[in-house]
Design a protein around this ligand. Structure first.
Ligand code: FEO
Length: 172
């Protein structure tokens, strides 16, 4: 049985994962509008992953005798300026999510809930992958800068990154 404190902390994480999914969906749509299909598909896939992270938490809370709550979300912005800025935001957002997972793990130790602690290790591993991927992409985008030809090639190459990241994502 989850403690009230941990139930609340897990529900806060449900909201963070849901908000992440919305932010990445907005990034996908923005990229699609700019005609960069590879980047758009990458962000659509990221959005789907965040929804999966959210669902996994919802099911866990309910299975452990808690009540998962679906909250209202703030609308994400729908203009990201440049691709460099957008991928910078992606990395910053993932660092924020990693911090929130770390806090959550901390609460499990305070509450001596080792089952939830164990469950959250999947998220800890996932965040290492997500941050590494975001850093890798940002490094490439920073090299390209504002070069249109470079961006065109990157848009093609990111399809491969999308396929590889799906292959290395920890399985349920
Ligand atoms: Fe669910 Fe990208 O963190």
């Amino acid at each position: 049985m989850l403690s009230k404190k941990l139930e609340k902390a897990l529900n806060d994480q449900v909201r963070i994962e849901a908000a992440s999914s919305q932010v990445y969906l907005s990034m996908a749509s923005w990229a699609e509008g700019k005609g960069l299909e590879g980047i758009a598909n990458f962000m659509y896939a990221q959005s789907d992953e965040e929804r999966m992270h959210m669902l996994k938490l919802i099911k866990f809370i309910n299975e452990r005798g808690g009540n998962a709550h679906i909250s209202e979300l703030k609308a994400p912005k729908n203009d990201f300026g440049t691709f460099q800025k957008m991928f910078n935001e992606l990395l910053e957002h993932e660092i924020f999510v990693s911090d929130s997972i770390n806090e959550l793990v901390h609460v499990t130790l305070e509450e001596k809930d080792y089952a939830t602690h164990n469950f959250l290790q999947w998220y800890v591993a996932e965040q290492i992958e997500e941050e590494a991927l975001a850093r890798n992409i940002l490094d490439k985008i920073n090299l390209i800068g504002n070069d249109k030809g470079g961006l065109y090639l990157f848009d093609r190459d990111i399809q491969q990154i999308t396929a590889n990241s799906a292959a290395i994502t920890p399985k349920e």
